[in-house]
Design a protein around this ligand. Structure first.
Ligand code: ARG
Length: 492
């Protein structure tokens, strides 16, 4: 039994001035013994400092400060309207919360790193300043539904910013793609030169992936757009709370269905962690292209000096460190996703303290993705492409062989025969030391198929090959420009 509490009277009304003063004193003494500890009433003994710090989450959840304040404001206003606490006190608490928010922004109030978590800290400050009025805030609420709310509010605020970063990144890539809609380059499969495409086609491929990420984040946002407040610790509340009013005041579309699910569920975090990991895997692959292109072997891209680094020993070096680092950081976002999946998989319903570990990994993924998008965008905006090298790389590797086969198909030959004929011609060329199918005379070509005519020479230039692929999705410059327009519309 807690002796200190046994001696205390905790039901004193804060109506009279004297009562309010003793109330304040009582709170002060509690705060003095256990700074910002909300559960000090039950336990006579405090954890040792190291143990307290171990279970605290303030270092991570302090970034939820403004969301916590917003949540408390809506909750308290509702408590006042419902007559659960006096209206004037609700208004007073609301004003104090505004003041705390302004002071935090101005740096006049700093978050106490010794507090247990952001919820305890804000409630502690309120109570320190308002006495008994501050002690009314938590009616009908638990930190379990409070943290579920704060986390969602934070994500509703931050994920749209991340989507804006994504849209801007896609915009920069589409600008480059547009400029290079007709710039010929080799397309690869198995990292072997395959068929001529355009740089615009390649960059637009990246953008198609990023646009799906852009919409993936929106999907996740739409699903998490429900307010868990009113779920209490797990079972809801017997007080006449107005959950819908709170949800509306906080800008949620709806309230959660089930109070136990509300405090136990973190699949919204999983979805976002997954969206971050997927986007980072995309960026990582683009960066792999960039690293290859920046090599002496490819020499397709010239990264700006400001987006390159040198070597401490090799004076000639210009390294694509930014691309490499983004590629490297994709690993941690994949790790963060696994962290969260593993964290959740064995948890009994409803809330468990393990859940406190959810935020750090998602915050890291969101932060990592945000900075990587910004860096990748800058690097790509300032990059120059070596168009001559790209075009030259389309020559000599028989990238036109598929088009030669399609030429024969257009003249009525079954594709398998056409494929075989083109393959034999490639062998003829290699045997004769020729680098292009068009290096052979019409007579030589006719040995393999009578269907070849003079027009084959025009059909097999890289530009003609590219232009012929005018189907939706293809690499014809006109079609690539259409894809660019379509993507621009989607990210508006
Ligand atoms: N810091 C906690 C978290 O992030 C808040 C909820 C604590 N609830 C509790 N019953 N201890 O999950």
């Amino acid at each position: 039994m807690n002796k200190k509490n046994a001696a205390q009277n905790t039901d004193g009304k804060s109506t009279g001035k004297a009562a309010s003063q003793t109330g304040t004193k009582r709170v002060e003494s509690l705060i003095r013994t256990s700074p910002s500890v909300l559960w000090a009433g039950r336990l006579a003994e405090k954890p040792a400092a190291e143990a307290f710090a171990f279970q605290a989450s303030i270092s991570v959840d302090k970034r939820l400060a403004f969301d916590d304040i917003a949540g408390s404001k809506a909750h308290v206003a509702m408590l006042g309207k419902q007559g659960i606490i006096p209206r004037d006190i609700a208004a007073k608490i609301g004003r104090e919360l505004d003041r705390i928010s302004a002071e935090l922004r101005a740096g006049k109030l700093t978050i106490d790193e010794n507090a247990e978590d952001i919820h305890s800290f804000i409630e502690g400050v309120l109570t320190e300043r308002l006495g008994d009025a501050g002690r009314m805030v938590h009616a009908g609420r638990s930190r379990n539904d409070q943290v579920a709310l704060d986390f969602r509010l934070y994500l509703k605020r931050v994920v749209p910013e991340l989507r804006a970063e994504l849209a801007e990144t896609i915009g920069v890539l589409l600008d480059q793609a547009e400029q290079h809609a007709a710039s010929i380059m080799p397309g690869y499969t198995h990292l072997q030169r395959a068929q001529p495409v355009t740089l615009g086609h390649h960059l637009t491929a990246w953008c198609a992936a990023l646009e799906r990420d852009f919409s993936r984040f929106a999907d996740a946002l739409a699903r998490l757009d429900e307010c868990p407040l009113g779920s209490g610790a797990l079972a809801g509340s017997g007080l006449p709370l107005d959950r819908k009013a709170v949800a509306g005041a906080l800008g949620f579309s709806r309230i959660t269905l089930n109070s136990m699910d509300s405090v136990a569920d973190r699949d919204f975090a999983l979805e976002l962690s997954s969206a971050c990991a997927i986007t980072m895997v995309h960026l990582s692959r683009f960066c792999e292209d960039v690293v290859l292109w920046a090599s002496e072997e490819f020499k397709f891209i010239d990264l700006a000096e400001a987006w390159s680094t040198g070597s401490s020993i090799m004076p000639q070096k210009k390294n694509p460190d930014f691309a490499e680092l983004i590629r490297g950081k994709a690993g941690r976002t994949a790790g963060n996703l696994v962290t969260l999946l593993t964290l959740l998989k064995g948890l009994p319903y409803a809330y468990d303290k393990d859940l406190q570990e959810d935020k750090e990994s998602l915050f890291d993924s969101l932060d990592t993705l945000c900075s990587c998008l910004r860096m990748f965008r800058g690097m790509m905006r300032d990059a120059q492409f070596n168009l001559k090298r790209m075009k030259a790389a389309c020559g000599g590797g028989f990238l036109e062989a598929t088009d030669a086969a399609e030429y024969l198909v257009r003249k009525g030959l079954p594709f398998r025969n056409a494929h075989e004929t083109a393959a034999l011609i490639v062998r003829d060329c290699i045997a004769a030391g020729q680098r292009h199918i068009t290096d052979r005379s019409l007579a030589e070509l006719k040995v393999r198929s009578k269907l070849f005519e003079e027009d084959i020479y025009r059909a097999l230039t890289p530009a003609a090959c590219v232009k012929a692929r005018s189907l939706p999705g293809g690499s014809a410059p006109k079609e690539v420009r259409r894809q660019i327009r379509a993507l621009r519309k989607k990210i508006r």
